[in-house]
Design a protein around this ligand. Structure first.
Ligand SMILES: CC(C)(COP(=O)(O)OP(=O)(O)OC[C@H]1O[C@@H](n2cnc3c(N)ncnc32)[C@H](O)[C@@H]1OP(=O)(O)O)[C@@H](O)C(=O)NCCC(=O)NCCS
Length: 322
């Protein structure tokens, strides 16, 4: 018989085992110890044990679903009207018995009781409060397409498809760096600075990423000192056991509106890759949302190639959700 309950303090080692036997696909880190789960999940300031629902059978944990909330638009607090399903998994030998569906129903119940009007399964870009550094690579922006029959599972529970995020990789050992006239001109005019200076980060950023190695990248005009492009590098060391190489992610690349179309973002990415190669980094990852054509063209020109896709599904909730 399967029973359901909320998280207990003694669960982490058993959840770690569940993670490692659940075939979560290449977007899930593996081979990490319980302390990492502690950092990425249980120590987050908004972790609520009642949102982490456990399925037990035959004296063991056989499934879990983790519900939470995204942040307000100004990223200063949780927005309890926007629920998330941050994770869901069932041990392979217990699948197709309705356990996933029941975990989902209980996760929705938890969210409705706290005021959620919508639930996003997979949480979406910048929406997930948990699993940074261990799921999704640069960001746990959704559930990995190939890892489960997600469409069947969520459609059968009345969800509609949401955002698609493409994961792209560049293997720094393969091929040459791109070359073009703007890159050469920018290299002469601009200085690149990589620092551990953490600035302009919101509460939501700190709450989710404080356990991750993060560096700031800046491109500045040599003459005026003015910063023309910025970005961040996040360490992906937890993926070394799965991918077999040292990897980092580049994210949050920003060029101010009046500085665009001068190749600054391109220079920032190409130059960062060059410097990372010198630090023995082999793989660089970026994530691009499906509607961001400019970013997709940029990273394609910088020789990144699509390797996976993260997806979300959504459902409106109301107080009748049972
Ligand atoms: C997705 C997952 C949670 C589903 O768990 P489950 O307990 O097998 O799901 P259920 O038995 O409750 O299925 C409910 C419905 O979903 C659909 N469904 C689920 N798995 C399916 C499959 N493999 N093929 C087709 N439909 C499927 C069916 O409509 C099913 O209803 P039915 O059995 O009456 O036809 C499970 O496959 C899993 O753990 N996959 C890996 C999860 C993962 O990668 N998580 C990473 C993010 S944390």
């Amino acid at each position: 018989m399967v029973t359901y309950r909320t998280f207990h303090n003694a669960d982490p080692p058993h959840l770690l085992r569940l993670w490692h036997v659940s075939d979560l696909g290449p977007s899930a880190a593996e081979g990490f110890p319980c302390e990492v789960l502690e950092l990425a999940v249980f120590s987050r300031p908004y972790f609520d044990r009642r949102g982490l629902i456990i399925a037990e059978a035959d004296g063991a944990i056989v499934g879990m679903a983790h519900a939470g909330f995204s942040a307000t638009d100004d990223e200063t607090a949780l927005d309890r009207s926007r629920g998330t399903l941050s994770a869901i998994m069932v041990r392979p030998e217990y699948r197709r018995q309705g356990i996933g569906r029941e975990l989902l129903r209980r996760a929705e119940q938890y969210l409705v009781a706290r005021g959620a009007r919508v639930v996003t399964a997979g949480a979406g870009p910048n929406g997930n409060g948990f699993y940074h550094a261990i799921y999704g690579g640069v960001e746990p922006s959704g559930f990995a397409s190939g890892a489960a029959a997600w469409d069947d599972f969520f459609t059968s529970a009345d969800y509609r498809p949401g955002i698609r995020t493409t994961i792209l990789h560049r293997d720094l050992d393969i091929g040459r760096d791109p070359i073009d006239a703007r890159l050469i001109r920018n290299r002469r005019r601009l200085n690149m600075l990589i620092t551990d200076r953490v600035s302009d980060h919101s509460w939501w950023w700190h709450a989710r990423h404080s356990h991750q190695d993060t560096l700031q990248i800046e491109l500045a005009d040599r003459g005026t000192g003015k910063t023309v492009a910025t970005g961040r590098i996040v360490g992906l060391d937890m993926y070394i056991p799965r991918w077999g190489v040292r990897a980092v992610g580049i994210r949050d690349v920003v060029v101010s509106e009046n500085e665009r179309r001068q190749g600054y973002a391109f220079s920032l990415i190409v130059e960062t890759c060059r410097q990372l190669r010198e630090q023995s980094i082999r793989l660089v990852e970026v994530q691009i949302q499906e509607d961001n054509t400019a970013a997709r063209e940029l990273v394609t020109a910088a020789k990144f190639e699509p390797v996976a896709e993260l997806r979300t599904w959504q459902r409106s909730l109301n107080s009748d959700t049972t």
